[in-house]
Design a protein around this ligand. Structure first.
Ligand code: ATP
Ligand code: MG
Length: 723
């Protein structure tokens, strides 16, 4: 691409950025204004016009995926090899530096990176070796503390401990943990950043080398940098290089993880002669979507202030769908996607939500409609660690010979079963050709396990037997709840700290809800218990592989992971008070504003069409509750939105008979039936209409029958009567 082409496709402000003289720059601009695009073009400009060598360029992005894309885009634009360029996330770049300069970083050459689970295991070991009570000082909390300190650049010796016994304990563990890491050559994620920072501080010659080398530093999504990342950049970039940062204060959504919006202000103060350029034209979204997002974010205080406009036409209005419950919401979304698929590609569709637990129902609806999907940056519901743990308990209650379940939970939560005991049991099972459970029984009976080992294994056997005795007479959801509580799983996850632990608890609660709404397969119910039937369902859903890479698929993700991305068609699910904004954030203005920014990020992912969905009632924690629509919906301008409402007044027969609500619904084309309508079938009894597909003689209707669960029926033969 020659120089004029480089600038051709840009507006004037964007051109000012791409073709700017060598200087420090802040590009502050709203969503979809081309920040990422100008950053890439700027790199191409530097190489082609300023004759910058690719070795002199360092670009920082937010995800590895974004880094890979950036490299490809630059390569295409400059039509050449850009191997010398460093592009990556802060963590990725720090890792690379430490590998290259392990000696200066005082690390062994073969140092290992610890992931978060490995880190927790090590923290646990330290806590134990220091004789600290794990119940009082949960290792997960320690891990959170250690990472928090590292993100701030603080080592144990920097912490002044006065008479505070809590802090004393924390620091002791931090110290012990760090010594263990150093002895074994282990580096956790936060340590990567901290070490890379110290590498600069302790090695002036090396630092000078990199300062000389990286004459051009460019950082995307700057609003989400934390203290240590900023400090690292500040040292590297302040001498002979020019730094360009791009960001949007309205999209700062990682405050809870230590990101600091104030870094934008600091940058202006600490980097000399920084030129600020604002981009104001949005190229991503239709006017309706953009205006609505602008209006929403205007409710936040202390913004750096940006105008954002588009030449694009108004486009379709944003559709707000009021579902009568969460199942209806999921089915509505799947229905609309099925329509879209007739003409569009599934790759162009994203479903966004606040928390991962919400994916389960959406996954179910997509599976039912045979719409391939991919979960971006996360696992499918039934594959999540905590769900697998809980299911393993249920599986073992159901069938003691389930060896995989046995292995999974024998020591989860930890109950002192050591590897030696486990190997003994495994050996015995192998030679006696028994299952692990049978081998335990056998060894206990014949005194083949000694002392402590016998005690802990007996204890485990008792736990499982007691759980079954106490819970087998309960309804499926109550049984699941009982097992989650009394197995110690819930307490174990509760003792952890932070967002991830909260998400795990949410998922466990969602499992209870899943049991409650599970409609056992009517064909199998005679021979199987409801538990068996549910476990089969869970296994099948987990086993269903994600869409293949090459196959077009709907993308499911949290709004956090949607940062920087764009899709022609976007659905946001669960816009309800208490869900989004989350309950906790409502009580604190700072957090509420961060939630609003998250909503802004979510909405501005949409290019052509946006659906915002909420459910009037939702089962949460196993309980059906009414939910008010999210305040964010009220903050949108009415002229940009349209409500999709139901047309007939119908009563919702609730599955557990606790309440009913009235609502209106669209009538299915010429069928005489509408979503949510109560009907009766000669064989299956009473039920509620859930879905409809096809037309004419082919049309099928899905009904949720009170007795036999949900079924698809051919309308022409079903002979349904409205009631
Ligand atoms: P976000 O804040 O969400 O990260 P962004 O500011 O980084 O957004 P980009 O992703 O760079 O925005 O651009 C948004 C969309 O607009 C992209 O599809 C991009 O190709 C397009 N775009 C940007 N500038 C122009 C332009 N001058 N002409 C045409 N399309 C443009
Ligand atoms: Mg971007």
């Amino acid at each position: 691409m020659d120089v004029s082409e480089l600038l051709e496709s840009l507006n004037e402000k964007q051109r000012d950025v791409v073709a700017a003289p060598l200087q420090n720059m802040l590009v502050l601009a709203g969503a979809g204004s081309g920040k990422t695009r100008v950053l890439v073009q700027r790199i191409a400009w530097l190489m082609q016009v300023e004759n910058a060598s690719s070795h002199s360029i360092l670009a920082v992005t937010f995800t590895n995926k974004a880094a890979a894309e950036m490299r490809v885009r630059v390569e295409k634009t400059v039509e050449g090899n850009v191997h010398g360029m460093w592009v990556g996330t802060f963590h990725g770049l720090a890792h690379r530096l430490l590998r290259m300069h392990f000696q200066e970083a005082k690390l062994p050459q073969n140092f290992q990176v610890l992931d978060s689970d490995d880190q927790l295991r090590l923290v646990k070991r330290i806590v134990r070796s220091l004789g600290i009570d794990e119940k009082r000082w949960p290792p997960k909390q320690m891990q959170w503390y250690i990472n928090g300190k590292k993100d701030e650049g603080i080592r144990p010796q920097h912490i002044e401990v006065y008479d505070d016994p809590t802090e004393q304990t924390f620091v002791k563990v931090y110290q012990g943990y760090q010594e263990a890491c150093d002895r074994a050559g282990l580096v956790d994620f936060a340590e990567l950043l901290l070490r890379a920072h110290e590498l600069w501080l302790n090695n002036p010659v090396l630092l000078a080398h990199y300062q000389q080398r990286f004459k051009h530093i460019l950082v995307d999504e700057f609003q989400d940098t934390n203290a240590i990342q900023y400090a690292w950049l500040n040292i590297l970039g302040n001498a002979s290089s020019k730094v360009m940062i791009v960001g949007d204060d309205d999209q700062s959504i990682y405050g809870w993880r230590g990101a600091k919006i104030e870094n934008i202000q600091r940058f202006l103060n600490e980097f000399e002669d920084t030129k600020t350029i604002r981009l104001e034209q949005n190229y991503r979204s239709t006017a309706n979507i953009l205006n609505a997002a602008n209006k929403l974010i205007a409710n936040n205080n202390n913004r750096l202030g940006k105008k954002l406009w588009t030449e694009d036409e108004a486009g379709e209005k944003i559709s707000i769908y009021t579902a009568f419950n969460e199942i209806d919401e999921a089915r509505f979304i799947a229905g609309r996607i099925a329509d879209w698929r007739k003409e569009g590609s599934l790759d162009d569709v994203a479903i966004l939500y606040r928390s991962n637990a919400q994916s389960r129902l959406l996954e179910e609806a997509l599976l039912q409609s045979r719409l391939p999907y991919r979960i971006y940056g996360g696992q499918r519901f039934f594959e999540r660690l905590e769900i697998k743990d809980a299911l393993a308990y249920l599986r073992l209650l159901n069938n003691r010979d389930d060896d995989a379940a046995f292995e999974r939970i024998i020591n989860t939560p930890t109950r002192g079963v050591g590897n030696t005991s486990l190997s003994l049991i495994r050996d015995a099972a192998r030679s006696l050709e028994m299952t692990l459970w049978q081998a335990c029984q056998f060894m206990l009976k014949n005194d083949e396990l000694k002392g402590r080992s016998a005690k802990v294994i007996q204890n485990f056997v008792n736990i499982i037997d007691t759980l079954e005795d106490d819970s087998s007479h309960l309804d499926l959801d109550q049984q699941a709840n009982y097992v989650i509580q009394h197995s110690g799983l819930k307490a174990m996850y509760q003792a952890e700290k932070g967002e991830r632990a909260e998400a795990r608890i949410e998922n466990l609660n969602e499992l209870v809800t899943a049991c409650q709404t599970f409609e056992a397969d009517p064909e199998l119910i005679e021979e199987q218990t409801k538990l068996t039937s549910f476990l089969t369902h869970a296994a099948l859903e987990a086993g269903e592989s994600q869409a293949d890479d090459y196959e077009p698929a709907v993308q499911l993700m949290t709004m956090h992971s949607a940062k920087g991305l764009e899709f022609p068609l976007v659905f946001i699910a669960g816009l309800e008070e208490g869900m989004f904004p989350s309950q906790k954030s409502v009580e604190e203005i700072g957090r509420l504003e961060e939630e609003r920014r998250l909503c802004y990020v979510g909405m501005t992912r949409a290019m052509n069409k946006l659906y915002l969905c909420h459910a009037e009632s939702r089962r949460l924690y196993g309980q059906e509750k009414f939910h008010k629509a999210s305040r964010f919906l009220r903050e949108l301008p009415p002229e940009c939105t349209e409500e999709i409402r139901l047309q007939n007044q119908v009563t919702r027969p609730s599955t557990k008979g606790k309440f009913s609500s009235t609502f209106t619904l669209e009538t299915f084309e010429n069928s005489g039936f509408s979503l949510g309508q109560s009907v009766v079938h000669a064989k299956f009894g009473e039920g509620v209409v859930l879905n409809y597909e096809g037309s004419g003689a082919q049309s099928r209707i899905q009904v949720n029958f009170a007795d036999v669960g949900s079924k698809w029926l051919v309308v022409a033969y079903a002979n349904l009567q409205a009631i």
